[in-house]
Design a protein around this ligand. Structure first.
Ligand code: URA
Ligand code: SF4
Length: 234
């Protein structure tokens, strides 16, 4: 359990912005912009998850069925961060359980990592989508939504204190390592960070599913497994 001091940002960030506690919104400020305003007094995974269920810090709560908080071990040494829940995650309330999650499970297993010993979460905790026929198509979260939701991720990291934070895909990598970060150039490298002793970025499992042909998909999957294998040494 981590006790929050209002003067302490939970973690420092590469962008230089800190998640300072904001004053309670007055009647003239109906819209809030940071999840910090919904924080519980004591920070533990169960209390954070319960508080996040009521978060309305950005407009995405109106679109999604429910908040999809992170899931896994409190004592995890590896914390994975995806972009945002997808269709199945939105319906079940759990991260990475849809097609990308299944590919992720297989890749972890091949890399010799037990997902149950890790912690898996997302930069943004509500599903952002737009209708296409009967389907709900994933839409990228914008900078305002990412900033509003970031305190939940920082709190998860502060409670778990993982050895390594792994960004899955460009959205997570850029949210954690700055807008200049390029997954294509620096994937699979252990980078020093203020978030955890190390941060590593790799591709998003969905990008492997979207590969144009089987051969490319097979190669990209192998590279993904190779990146994950490096984690079994931490
Ligand atoms: N994609 C993500 O980034 N996160 C999930 O939880 C599922 C799919
Ligand atoms: Fe709150 Fe994040 Fe959901 Fe926005 S996306 S309402 S900040 S939990």
């Amino acid at each position: 359990m981590v006790t929050r001091k209002s003067s302490d940002p939970l973690t420092s960030q590469p962008s230089g912005t800190s998640s300072r506690r904001r004053v309670a919104p007055s009647s003239t400020h109906k819209r809030t912009s940071s999840a910090v305003e919904y924080f519980p007094k004591q920070l533990s995974l169960p209390s954070l998850k319960a508080a996040a269920a009521d978060c309305k810090a950005c407009d995405l709560w109106k679109k999604g069925t429910q908040t999809v908080f992170g899931e896994g071990q409190r004592k995890a040494t590896i914390l994975f961060v995806g972009e945002q829940p997808g269709n199945e995650e939105d319906l079940t309330g759990q991260p990475f359980v849809g097609p990308a999650g299944k590919l992720f499970d297989n890749a972890l297993e091949e890399a010799g990592i037990d997902r149950k010993q890790t912690y898996v979460t997302n930069v943004v905790k509500h599903f952002k989508w737009e209708p296409r026929g009967k389907r709900r198509i994933h839409k990228k979260p914008n900078a305002v939504e990412i900033k509003a939701c970031r305190p939940w991720l920082e709190a998860e990291i502060a409670v778990i204190k993982p050895q390594v934070v792994v960004a899955l895909g460009a959205t997570a990598a850029q949210a954690l390592l700055g807008a200049q970060f390029r997954v294509t150039k620096q994937r699979g490298q252990f980078l020093e960070s203020t978030l955890a002793p190390y941060v590593m970025a790799t591709v998003h499992p969905s990008s492997i599913l979207r590969a144009p042909d089987d051969e490319t998909r097979r190669l990209e999957y192998r590279e993904f497994v190779n990146d994950l294998k490096k984690l079994s040494k931490v």
